[in-house]
Design a protein around this ligand. Structure first.
Ligand code: SDX
Length: 422
């Protein structure tokens, strides 16, 4: 086993740590015995250089701008397979045959209803409640309506739980949306496919026809696939942290939803559109790029930059291509699209962004497509939740099988007062 040696310059003492190799990507130094050997902690706020687990699910090469789910390139999955194909791949480890996909689809459809009592929860919220507040509460409340599913221990139970959550989240999302408008709830229509059913539950109105175009279903299917999984990002690490305490999956998923809400993470898509609307025209782009570069101005270019991608986020490239393909069919807001393209063009030639390797991320273009699908800004992060729910539950299941996993409990560098007397 290869090792690295650390020498303490203060006393010349040396410590040896094993190097563990991945199937692809950076090697890792096994520092599990670091404190026991050295009496010191490692220090890594934000975990910029820390691997929290071993995982078979997703691989990201940040330098090359590459993303793979279970080894498959995201571009192939997003352009040649469906979101439910991807869900099956993530959950069970292989792409489904046609028969398997039909069975999987049916299992999701039949679980898409929620307990009638759960709808009352939505009525307890004020009209202007943010859909994310309703969604995280409703997912946590599922534990009260399905208490018989809380202590699950077998893979069969995990897989049923995964299908239950995948099926109910779009229904809860549509309930959150309709509650925010004060309009009647619409039940799932299990004759419709996963994506079509979501758009139906969002748009249908009693005694009126519901128009849903194939191009809209394709666009949303692609968006869900691109958002499905992304290794140990902040919300997935939150799900794993909660799962490591032995809490049930609804608690972990609700925590993940709340972590995703932050504007530095999943909440960025909502901020991007607000920012494009604020900038308003291409001739004001330079003024905002200047603000984004100003260290004394906390303004940031939303949808730009990424902890891992130091090249184009491959998902942003796929969304940009989808925008160009569908802009006429979907009726994309061309002014905002021009502003977004101008921002990208200016930023990618500006030293500040080049030096810091800041590129458009998944959130930069997604909002333009969601706006064209007549999904309001307040629901953009909910769309992220629907796509990512499969990634969270897949990571939750992997953690349950992980023999190395212990309760997540980092240490700290204490800088507070010592030995204070009363
Ligand atoms: C997602 O982790 C994932 O995988 C997340 C995600 C997923 O699928 O789960 O990909 C989804 O969350 C995408 C990111 C969405 N967030 C945004 O678009 C918000 C805007 N971006 C930034 O807040 C930022 O880029 C982060 C939060 C995404 C990444 O932050 P880091 O890695 O902690 O980088 P940093 O804050 O240390 O920035 C490094 C430098 C700093 O400048 P200096 O102090 O070195 O001078 O780059 C600057 C930052 O000020 N910088 C930006 C910037 N992002 C970073 N400057 C202007 N505009 C920006 N957007």
């Amino acid at each position: 086993m290869a090792t690295v040696t650390l020498t303490d310059g203060r006393n010349g003492k040396s410590y040896e740590f094993d190097i563990l190799s991945p199937s692809v990507g950076p090697d890792v130094v096994d520092i599990r015995s670091f404190y026991q050997q050295t009496g010191m902690f490692t220090y890594d706020p934000g975990f910029t250089s820390t691997a929290s687990c071993s995982s078979d699910i997703t691989y990201i090469n940040g330098e090359k701008g590459e993303l793979r789910y279970r080894g498959y390139n995201i571009k192939d999955l997003a352009t040649k397979r469906s979101y439910l194909d991807t869900c099956n791949l993530l959950l069970v480890g292989h792409l489904p045959s046609r028969t398997e996909l039909t069975a999987f689809d049916l299992e999701i459809r039949k679980r898409s209803f929620v307990h009638e009592g759960l709808k009352n929860l939505f009525y307890s919220f004020p009209d202007n409640a943010h859909p994310m507040a309703m969604m995280s509460s409703a997912v946590s409340a599922l534990s009260a309506f399905h208490y018989e599913h809380l202590n699950i221990t077998t893979d069969t139970q995990y897989q049923v739980m995964a299908r239950r959550i995948l099926a109910k989240i779009p229904t809860l999302a549509a309930l959150s949306y309709r509650r925010s408008l004060g309009i009647p709830f619409i039940y799932p229509d299990i004759e419709r496919s996963f994506i079509e059913n979501f758009l139906y539950m969002m748009r249908a109105y009693p005694s009126a026809d519901t128009v849903i175009k194939d191009v809209e279903i394709k666009a949303l299917d692609t968006i869900f696939t691109l958002h499905a999984e992304h290794e140990q990002n902040a919300s997935t690490s939150t799900v794993r942290g909660v799962a490591s305490t032995g809490a049930h999956p609804y608690a972990a998923m609700s925590a993940g939803i709340n972590a995703l809400w932050g504007r530095a993470h999943g909440g960025a898509n909502e901020s991007v559109i607000a920012q494009l609307e604020m900038i308003g025209s291409v001739d004001k782009v330079d003024e905002f790029i200047k603000k984004a570069k100003d260290a004394n101005d906390d303004f940031r270019l939303m949808g730009f930059g990424h902890r891992v991608y130091k090249n184009f986020d491959p998902r942003a490239k796929i969304l940009k291509q989808l925008l160009d393909e569908l802009k006429d069919d979907l009726g994309i807001n061309s002014e905002l699209l021009e502003v977004a393209k101008k921002i990208e063009e200016v930023a990618l030639t500006d030293e500040y962004f080049i030096e810091r390797k800041l590129y458009p991320n998944i959130d930069f273009y997604s909002g333009l497509i969601l706006t064209a699908l007549k999904i309001p800004k307040s629901l953009f992060t909910i769309i992220f939740v629907i796509g990512r729910s499969v990634g969270w539950i897949t990571q939750w299941i992997e953690l349950k099988h992980d023999k190395e996993m212990k309760i997540a409990r980092p240490r700290q560098r204490y800088t507070g007062p010592v030995n204070k007397k009363l």
